[in-house]
Design a protein around this ligand. Structure first.
Ligand SMILES: Nc1nc2c(c(=O)[nH]1)N[C@H]1C(S)=C(S)[C@@H](COP(=O)(O)O)O[C@H]1N2
Ligand SMILES: [Mo]
Length: 569
C-alpha cells in the first residue's frame, strides 16, 4: 500500500521542534498517552494562561506597607510569620487573588546557558506581591551575592540565591574559602545588625529566655567550640538524577546542583546543649528542637519563616552548634550573619541561618522543610501516588564522593595513567577511610594512596588525587567510590538510588572520558603527527584531515596478510 492520498498536503502538521520532541529532548511538550481504554487517548500537557490579578480585592486586604512592615529595628527584610496568624492569612489572601508564571522547566527542557542559570522570576514576584518589608529583598540579596561571593561562582538560581563553585575550585583547598563556599537559600538574605540581634529559646524548656551574641560569647557561661565541619546539601549532584530520570521540578526545592554543593570551613561558637541547659533544660516530654530562620519562605501561596528541626539526642551529643564565625571571620551575611546552627554530619538544611528562635517541641517540626521536603522516597513512589509518610526525613548524610577532574566528555591524552582528583565525605560522624577509582566502569578498582588524601577528621570530607592506571583507549568510564570507617560504600549507579525528590545522589560518580594512551606506539605516532602538522586533536569529532595510513604501508600489509578473499576449497 502506498502513502495515503489525504496525507499529501502542503501544510505541515509538525511543530517546529518535532524532531526533538520525538527524540525525548523536549519531554515537557510530550502529550500523555492514556491507554486505560480500548483506544489510546492523547492528552496534551498543561498550558498556563496569562497571569491575572484582582487589584481591587488585593487593595481591600489592607496597606501592605503596614501589614508587612519592619518587624524589629535593625532587622531588614525580616517578617515574623509564625506568631502572627493574621499576617499569614492576609498574605495568603493576597497570593491567591492573583496568579503567577509557572515554574521554569529545567528538567524536561533545555537548561539555559546563562549565569545565573535560572532567574527565580516567580519568587521575585511573590516578594513584590507581599510588598512591605519584602519588597526590596530580591535586589538586596543579589547585591549581597555580588559583595560576598567569588566572581567565578556558578549561580544556579539568582533568587532565592543558590550557587556553587566551579569544579576546578571545589577541591582546590581542603578548607573552602568563604567566598567560594556554596550557598543554598530558600528566600532572601535578611540584613541584621549585630547590636540589635538576639534570639529566643522557648517552647518546652524550663526557663524560656533570649540571648544576645555577647551572652553566647561570654566564656564564663559557655565554653567556646571551634570545629572544622563539612556541610553538604542533600541536593548535591542532583543533576545526575535529572539528566537520567527527571523528578519533582520545583526550582528551589530541586535546584539543579552539580558536585559543588558541599563545603568545609572552621566554625566558632558554642554547643547548643549548654545553652539549653542555661534555660533549665527541656520539660514536658520535649524531644526535638525547632530552628527558625528570619527570611520568608513561600509554599503553596502561604508565607512562613524557614524552619527545620533536629532531635534532642543530637543536641545532647554536643553535635549541634550555634556559630558566629566562619574561617575566622564573622559569618558572611549570605551564610547566616549574625548566628546560625551547625548540625554536624546532617544535611545542610538543618543548619539554619539567620536564627531568631529555637523552640523545644515533642515531635519533629511540621514545617514544610522538615515534613514536606527533604524526603527520601522509595522508587515506586512519585507524582502519581506519593504521600508525605512514604518519605524518610533525611538527617544524616550517607557516604559519597565525586570526581572534580577530568570532566565528562573530555579527551585525555596520557601515558598510561590518568590524573584524577575529587572529594569524599561521609555523614553522621563517619569519615572516608578508602577512596577507590575504576577506569573500566567499576570492574577493577584502584585505591587512592593514603598520602594523596587530605587529613582524616570526624565531620569533614577528604580531598584526594590519584594517577589512575588506564590501558584502554577510546571511551572509558571512570568511577569513584568511597568506603567510610563503618565500611559503608556507595550504590553503583544513579538508577539504584533514584528518588522522586531527587535527593541524596550518593551513587558512584561516573564520568565518560575519551582515553588516548601514548604508551601505544600507533597512538604515539599519530599524536606526534598531529603535533608536527600543528593540528589540534580536539574536538574529537572533527574527522581526521590527513591520511590514516600511507598506501605503501597498506600494500605491505596485504602482501603479508593476503589473500583478500577467502579461498573456497
Ligand atoms: N534560614 C535558612 N537556613 C538555611 C537555609 C535557608 O534557606 N534558610 N538553607 C539550608 C540548606 S538546604 C543548606 S544546604 C544550608 C546551606 O548553607 P550555606 O548557604 O551557608 O552553604 O543552609 C541551610 N540553612
Ligand atoms: Mo540543602
Amino acid at each position: 500500500m502506498g502513502p495515503a492520498k489525504e496525507n499529501v498536503s502542503s501544510q505541515t502538521q509538525n511543530r517546529p521542534n518535532e524532531w526533538k520532541i520525538e527524540q525525548g529532548l523536549a519531554g515537557a511538550d510530550l502529550p500523555l498517552l492514556d491507554m486505560t481504554g480500548p483506544e489510546t487517548k492523547i492528552i496534551p500537557p498543561q498550558v498556563f494562561g496569562k497571569p491575572t490579578k484582582n487589584v481591587e480585592a488585593i487593595k481591600a486586604v489592607g496597606d501592605r506597607n503596614q501589614l508587612f512592615k519592619m518587624e524589629r529595628k535593625g532587622w531588614k527584610g525580616f517578617v515574623e510569620w509564625e506568631n502572627h496568624p493574621e499576617k499569614k492569612a492576609a498574605a495568603h489572601k493576597i497570593l491567591t487573588l492573583q496568579t503567577f508564571p509557572p515554574n521554569p522547566e529545567f528538567q524536561m527542557g533545555e537548561i539555559p546557558p546563562t549565569n545565573p542559570v535560572l532567574p527565580g522570576t516567580h519568587w521575585k514576584m511573590w516578594h513584590h506581591a507581599i510588598g512591605g518589608e519584602l519588597d526590596a529583598v530580591p535586589d538586596d540579596s543579589w547585591k549581597t551575592v555580588l559583595e560576598e561571593k567569588h566572581p567565578d561562582m556558578l549561580h544556579l538560581l539568582q533568587f532565592p540565591y543558590n550557587g556553587e563553585p566551579p569544579k576546578r575550585l571545589v577541591t582546590d583547598q581542603v578548607i573552602t574559602p568563604n567566598p567560594l563556599h556554596f550557598v543554598r537559600n530558600h528566600g532572601g538574605i535578611p540584613i541584621i545588625n549585630r547590636d540589635d540581634f538576639s534570639f529566643l529559646i522557648d517552647g518546652l524548656v524550663a526557663n524560656p529566655q533570649s540571648f544576645t551574641l555577647d551572652d553566647l560569647m561570654d566564656e564564663s557561661r559557655f565554653p567556646r567550640v571551634k570545629k572544622t565541619i563539612t556541610m553538604q546539601c542533600s541536593g548535591t549532584r542532583r543533576i545526575e538524577q535529572i539528566l537520567k530520570y527527571p523528578g519533582q521540578g520545583d526550582e528551589v526545592p530541586q535546584a539543579p546542583w552539580a558536585e559543588g554543593a558541599i563545603g568545609t570551613a572552621e566554625y566558632e561558637g558554642v554547643s547548643l546543649k549548654k545553652v539549653i541547659k542555661a534555660c533549665g533544660g527541656l520539660v514536658d516530654g520535649a524531644k526535638h528542637l525547632e530552628f527558625y530562620g528570619a527570611e520568608t519562605y513561600f509554599k503553596d501561596d502561604h508565607c512562613m519563616n524557614y524552619i527545620a528541626s533536629v532531635p534532642w539526642s543530637k543536641v545532647k551529643a554536643n553535635e549541634v552548634l550555634l556559630v558566629w564565625n566562619m574561617n575566622g571571620e564573622p559569618l558572611p551575611r549570605i551564610h547566616g550573619f549574625p548566628l546560625r546552627t551547625m548540625v554536624l554530619g546532617y544535611i545542610g538544611a538543618r543548619s539554619v541561618k539567620w536564627l531568631y528562635r529555637i523552640k523545644a517541641i515533642r515531635e519533629p517540626s511540621r514545617a514544610p522543610v522538615q515534613s514536606q521536603e527533604y524526603l527520601y522516597f522509595p522508587q515506586q513512589v512519585g507524582k502519581h501516588n506519593f504521600r508525605l509518610t512514604d518519605g524518610i526525613q533525611i538527617q544524616e548524610m550517607p557516604v559519597s564522593s565525586a570526581i572534580m577532574s577530568p570532566w565528562t566528555k573530555q579527551v585525555v591524552v596520557h601515558a598510561g595513567k590518568i590524573r584524577c582528583k575529587g572529594w569524599a565525605y561521609s555523614g553522621g560522624g563517619r569519615w572516608p577511610e578508602r577512596v577507590e577509582l575504576s577506569a573500566d566502569g567499576g570492574f577493577n578498582w584502584y585505591t587512592v594512596p593514603l598520602e594523596h588524601m587530605s587529613k582524616k577528621r570526624t565531620w569533614t570530607w577528604r580531598t584526594w588525587e590519584m594517577d589512575l592506571p588506564c590501558d584502554a583507549e577510546g571511551w572509558i568510564e571512570i568511577v569513584v567510590r568511597c568506603w567510610d570507617n563503618a565500611l559503608n560504600t556507595q550504590p553503583p549507579d544513579v538508577r539504584t538510588a533514584w528518588n522522586w525528590g531527587l535527593h541524596v545522589t550518593s551513587s558512584c560518580h561516573r564520568i565518560s572520558v575519551y582515553s588516548v594512551n601514548t604508551t601505544k606506539p600507533e597512538t604515539k605516532a599519530r599524536m606526534d603527527e598531529f603535533e608536527r602538522r600543528g593540528v589540534p586533536f580536539a574536538p574529537l569529532t572533527v574527522p581526521l584531515a590527513f591520511p590514516a595510513q600511507t598506501w605503501e604501508d597498506y600494500e605491505k600489509f596485504w602482501e603479508k596478510n593476503g589473500p583478500r578473499d577467502a579461498e573456497d576449497d
